[in-house]
Design a protein around this ligand. Structure first.
Ligand SMILES: CC(=O)N[C@H]1[C@@H](OP(=O)(O)O)O[C@H](CO)[C@@H](O)[C@@H]1O
Ligand SMILES: [Mg+2]
Length: 551
């Protein structure tokens, strides 16, 4: 191979970003994610890893997003994005973990040399990286550590500034497809807004303008991009932006945002004076890749429309268009969910189209969705998108409709392929998608909600001495370890009408998660607390610290 690592340069820069000796880092489901104040060395090394990944792929552009999404403001993190705008290839997650934990600058050089060897990286190739961050206050310092990493490998870089995770994914794909017949779009934020707003306008042309939509921006970057999107949409849709305090650090994701709404199943208190009965509203998370809708009924009752409800709405709409277009034999639509999907949504969808359940984490959903011609995937928490395979896109482009109705349906399908972010779940793109369907169906929030009735459910966390002792099978729906625990859970579940419960170790927090569903809310709560108590005791939790709510 033509060249070697610039060891002296890397070492001198690395000495300015020493690894804290007491912390073990891990590239997990959501990349590196922990307290922002501990991430300086990780960011420097992520800069190097991104450059090496680009060299490995012949200089194709790699993305780095600095964010901790829906987590509290003091947290931060980094995620690498592969050239097609997708999540980093799995084998590099392990490489990233190893490199982030090298204790000294010398050990770092050794680890990097080992990676160059095993991954067969030609160091003479160019390195290209595009990067961005969310609005977190730890962001600027962490980005400057990241830039030192780029410098260490002399990478060519582009700073995309403060933007959303999905826009960064869009940029990566656009840069890498520029000038080819698969060009994804203009590689700029403007190109993104143009693409979204143009396809939205085509899809709602001739329909009554939707009433204004309240958007809870979680006091994060969604507020900045929401403002721009509003301008591009003009009078075709008015977004009423709420929770836009991006300069008050403590406000981010605090009692607002998609995760708050999903987990607490409540209206953000800040919206109680804003939202009128019947009006639609939605919440984004801190990096605008999750979306949850909701509305208040005439009596002020809160109704949530989560990722499962979005999947049901969107999948049914696409199936209908495919049918009207006369393409149902050639364009199979399928849905991908995780075990957290509400049982009622799974039943509703299974009656209409193929549904697959995969382990938690977007990469599992994304890969499973790629196996369908049109793959709809959503996590219950509101992260998801719809993927159209390349042969499907080609088919739509070549198709000769025989009636005006077919022709209109095909045009709509083509516009949907442009409206929907094909790289990753995107709250803004998904929001416009939902608005399109509501407008076509003339649905209010209430009508959408009545597609099926959610089973009451409860999510709980249990702190245990070692969450790695929990192992699962069957897309995380059953425990195989600790031995005997699943049988005890089954025994509890059988006592509840419509009962379902499963237990799995979290990939992003040091806890074990418990999910329970039952016919009545009180029963779902009781079942969740019983299973949580069982898990706590079986895993050797300290009796003195046993949470009082556990049964
Ligand atoms: C129950 C739940 O919402 N789990 C989330 C959460 O994963 P855990 O592995 O459960 O911590 O964070 C992931 C990354 O954001 C997301 O993909 C996933 O859906
Ligand atoms: Mg997010």
């Amino acid at each position: 191979m033509a060249s070697t690592l610039p060891a002296e340069l890397i070492k001198s820069l690395s000495d300015q970003h020493p690894k804290p000796s007491d912390i073990h880092f891990q590239y997990g489901t959501a990349g590196f994610r922990t307290l922002g104040s501990t991430l300086d060395s990780v960011m420097f090394r992520v800069g190097i890893i991104a450059a090496l990944r680009s060299k490995k792929l012949d200089g194709r552009t790699i993305g780095v997003m600095v964010t901790a999404s829906h987590n509290p403001e003091p947290d931060n993190g980094a995620k690498l994005v592969d050239p097609r705008g997708e999540m980093l290839e799995a084998s590099w997650e392990g490489h990233s973990t190893t490199i982030s934990n090298a204790p000294t600058s010398d050990a770092l050089i050794e680890a990097l040399e080992a990676l160059v060897q095993t991954a067969k990286i030609d160091l003479s190739k160019p390195a290209n990286v595009v990067y961005a961050r969310d609005t977190r206050s730890s962001g600027p310092a962490l980005v400057s550590a990241l830039e030192d990493g780029f410098k260490a490998l002399k990478a060519t870089t582009r700073n995309a500034g403060v933007t959303t995770t999905p826009i960064l994914h869009y940029l990566v794909k656009s840069i890498n497809t520029k000038g080819t017949k698969y060009s994804y779009g203009d590689d700029s934020e403007e190109g993104y807004f143009q693409k979204l707003s143009t396809s939205y306008k085509k899809l709602v042309a001739g329909k009554a303008v939707q009433p204004p939509l309240v958007v809870d921006c979680a006091n994060g970057v969604g507020a900045l991009v929401g403002k721009q999107l509003n301008e591009y949409l003009g009078d075709t849709l008015q977004l009423v932006l709420a929770n836009t305090a991006t300069t008050i650090p403590s406000a981010l994701n605090n009692a607002c945002g998609a995760d708050y709404v999903k987990v607490s199943q409540k209206l953000p208190p800040s919206l109680s004076s804003v939202l009128k009965p019947g009006q639609r509203a939605c919440s984004l998370d801190g990096d605008a890749d999750r979306l949850i809708y909701y509305y208040l009924d005439d009596r002020g009752g809160f109704h949530m429309l989560d990722g499962d409800k979005i999947a049901a709405l969107v999948a049914a709409f696409i199936v209908e268009l495919v049918k009207v277009a006369g393409l149902e034999d050639q364009m199979k639509v399928g849905v991908v969910q995780t075990a957290y999907a509400n049982g009622a949504s799974t039943r509703y969808l299974q009656e209409r189209l193929p549904v697959k359940c995969v382990p938690t984490g977007v990469k599992h959903l994304h890969h499973a969705a790629e196996r369908y011609n049109v793959g709809v995937y959503f996590e219950a928490n509101g992260h998801g998108t719809v993927l159209f395979s390349q042969p499907t896109l080609d088919k739509l482009a070549e198709y000769q409709p025989s009636t005006p109705a077919q022709s209109r349906a095909v045009e709509h399908l083509v516009s949907l392929t442009e409206l929907i972010n094909q790289t990753v779940g995107d709250a803004l793109s998904d929001m416009l998608l939902v608005e399109v369907v509501l407008s076509h169906k003339s649905y209010s929030g209430e009508e959408w909600n009545s597609l099926y009735v959610d089973l009451p459910n409860r999510l709980a966390k249990v702190s245990v001495p070692d969450r790695n002792a929990f192992k699962t099978e069957n897309a995380e729906r059953r425990l195989i370890s600790p031995t005997g625990l699943q049988a005890k859970i089954d025994e509890l579940v059988n006592r509840y009408q419509g009962g379902r419960s499963f237990v799995r170790p979290s990939g992003t927090e040091d806890v074990v998660r418990v999910y329970a569903e039952a016919a009545l809310k009180t029963q779902a709560d009781e079942l969740a607390m019983r299973v949580a108590g069982l898990v706590y005791d079986e895993a050797g939790g300290e009796p003195a610290f046993r949470p009082k709510e556990f049964l």
